[in-house]
Ligand binder design. Structure first.
Ligand code: HEC
Ligand code: HEC
Ligand code: HEC
Ligand code: HEC
Ligand code: HEC
Ligand code: HEC
Ligand code: HEC
Length: 388
């Protein structure tokens, strides 16, 4: 009897992992009052059941990061260093809230003024533009501040969200306009409203889907969700409570992970869920460069053998980005074992002591406000293109 119960649970886990893995879970759970509301009678029962299953699963199958530390100290310590483990904060509890409290920020381009205050209902931003003032409690702060942090409010009454117009830029040590947002103009003449960019429930769920571990259960409104901040171990490895418990009695192998991240294609798909391997054709190149899987897939190094070059060939997925160029260069030399015979060496009289493969073949490009990303499309970059 125990056996069949376990099998049922395993099937359920598999389903969730597969759904999460394809991103379907995030998307299908996101518009409780959208498409579903057209046929409430048909769907109410199955939505309730699905919601119950999801809540049971969260309560019974996930162990949480703290449970992994004792047996996997290296991965756990590395994860603490990585932005993955601190990419979402409750605004009230954030360092930035303490810093901004009582201050005013003015947008350099359209003159909007934002006053920050801590009130009974939480951290509040009051935005005054021409002819309009909006006040919102700020709920979440996304980003570790390696580069930046952007604030988001959940608008309970509308089951929607707001991406605020101000963002913290670590390199400038001050606030600036949130990337992608336009100048505010009165009378609805701008795409973005006075407070920032309005987001549907679906957009909030997508946004949080890349910066948090679980999202809404089926049929939940945004304010009902018990958001689990950060990209925890089990966001990538799937639920691991049974594994942890079995490992305690020496039976870790009995619970193999549902996702085999040793398979290069599965791994690429996982990273691409958030780092993105697809972009709109209209996306300018400087924005595309942020999407490492999309760019890497264009490289001949990748295309020649998609299973031999993945994200973990160069990165430890648990750790913060290494800035050790030697280490990356070694990876190039694994495949291009005779750089001294390569065309670039002869033409450029390469001096490996000062030059490196990365600076020429994966050059940095500015994205926004001085933030730079290396281009993961490994190739011979034409000089002019590099200067643009
Ligand atoms: C009591 C010790 C223990 C705890 C707690 C534990 N693990 Fe493990 N884990 C092990 C052992 C032992 C292995 C190697 C077993 C094997 O080869 O399948 C392992 C293997 C793994 C693997 C590799 C599995 C594979 O087959 O590729 C992953 C991933 C993993 N654990 C993740 C986690 C996560 C995430 C947590 C916390 C939620 C966790 N573990 C908690 C002992 C533990
Ligand atoms: C498809 C997944 C995805 C979505 C949707 C998404 N992000 Fe991100 N975000 C990422 C990834 C991956 C990074 C790390 C790479 C980078 O900095 O571009 C990131 C980085 C960031 C950073 C910079 C963190 C740092 O300090 O390096 C901020 C701030 C941020 N996101 C805010 C947001 C906000 C706000 C939203 C929604 C309105 C959002 N993101 C939607 C995947 C996503
Ligand atoms: C961003 C996704 C991601 C997160 C978050 C993550 N892992 Fe992993 N983990 C991976 C990938 C990918 C691999 C396979 C890497 C490889 O084979 O080189 C892996 C491999 C492992 C292994 C097997 C290592 C080995 O040498 O075989 C263990 C154990 C593990 N992870 C534990 C953890 C623990 C514990 C946490 C949380 C503290 C965690 N992981 C968080 C992606 C992740
Ligand atoms: C659930 C979404 C998600 C998944 C899955 C994911 N990432 Fe990330 N990753 C992010 C976000 C968001 C950030 C930015 C974190 C921050 O600094 O705020 C990030 C940051 C990083 C960084 C920079 C870390 C640092 O602190 O320097 C690396 C490297 C990285 N990811 C690699 C990977 C790899 C490799 C995989 C696949 C094994 C992966 N990620 C899977 C969302 C994700
Ligand atoms: C897994 C093996 C592998 C790794 C690792 C690798 N490459 Fe390659 N690379 C290849 C293959 C295979 C080709 C295609 C050769 C061909 O088609 O003749 C290639 C092609 C290239 C080209 C020519 C591309 C073009 O579009 O003309 C450059 C430049 C290059 N690699 C540089 C690098 C650099 C720099 C690194 C390290 C950052 C690197 N490679 C890492 C296998 C690899
Ligand atoms: C050939 C080696 C190589 C491969 C493969 C590779 N990267 Fe990178 N990656 C780099 C280098 C080099 C940097 C820049 C390191 C630095 O800043 O010093 C980098 C930086 C990053 C960053 C940090 C961006 C930032 O500035 O915040 C992220 C995130 C990242 N890579 C994700 C990925 C993902 C996802 C994949 C798989 C699609 C991947 N990388 C594959 C070499 C690689
Ligand atoms: C100073 C800039 C520079 C550095 C540093 C550099 N390259 Fe190149 N590389 C070039 C240029 C330019 C070309 C194109 C040469 C041509 O087509 O005449 C090239 C071509 C290549 C090619 C494709 C042509 C061939 O010979 O197969 C490969 C592979 C390559 N480089 C690998 C590397 C590796 C590996 C490193 C690091 C050990 C490296 N390069 C360092 C500038 C550089």
């Amino acid at each position: 009897m125990l056996k069949s119960f376990q099998q049922r649970i395993l099937r359920l886990i598999l389903l969730v992992v597969v759904l999460t893995g394809t991103g379907i879970l995030w998307l299908s759970r996101s518009s409780p009052q959208g498409a579903d509301s057209e046929k409430p009678h048909q769907n109410a029962g199955s939505v309730n059941r699905a919601r119950e299953q999801w809540e049971t699963l969260l309560a019974t199958q996930f162990a949480g990061d703290a449970a992994c530390v004792s047996c996997h100290p290296n991965e756990s310590a590395a994860h603490q260093r990585s932005g993955h483990s601190h990419t979402a904060f409750r605004m009230d509890e954030s360092e930035l809230a303490r810093r901004l409290m009582g201050t005013t920020y003015q947008d350099a381009s359209d003159g909007r003024k934002v006053d920050f205050a801590l009130e009974d209902k939480g951290f509040v931003a009051k935005v005054s533009g021409q002819e309009e003032t909006v006040i919102n409690r700020v709920d979440w702060l996304l980003g570790s501040a390696t580069h930046a942090q952007t604030a988001v409010s959940i608008l309970e009454d509308e089951n929607a969200g707001l991406e605020h117009c101000w963002t913290w830029f670590t390199n400038h040590n001050k606030l600036g306009r949130t990337p992608g947002q336009s100048d505010y103009k009165p009378h609805g003449a701008s795409i973005d409203s006075c407070g920032g960019r309005d987001m549907s429930a679906q957009e909030v769920t997508e946004c949080f889907g890349c910066h948090m571990t679980f999202g809404p259960a089926p049929g939940q409104t945004l304010s009902e969700v018990n958001w689990q901040p950060n990209i925890s171990c089990e966001r990538c490895h799937g639920p691991r409570r049974f594994h942890s418990e079995a490992a305690l009695v020496g039976q870790a192998e009995q619970y193999k992970p549902m996702v085999n991240l040793k398979d290069p294609q599965v791994e690429m798909k996982l990273c691409a869920q958030c780092h993105r391997d697809q972009v709109d054709a209209s996306t300018p190149e400087k924005d595309q460069i942020r999407f490492q899987p999309f760019r890497l897939k264009k490289a001949r190094c990748y295309q020649a053998g998609p299973s031999s070059l993945t994200c973990t060939t160069c990165h430890d997925p648990h750790d913060q980005t290494s800035h050790n160029i030697e280490r990356y260069q070694k990876t190039c030399l694994n495949c291009h074992s005779q750089p001294h015979q390569s065309q670039c060496d002869r033409d450029q009289q390469l001096d490996l002591a000062t030059d490196n493969c990365i600076s020429c073949h994966m050059p940095k490009r500015e994205w926004n406000n001085g933030i730079e990303f290396v281009d993961h499309w490994i190739r011979v970059v034409q000089q002019k293109e590099g200067e643009k």
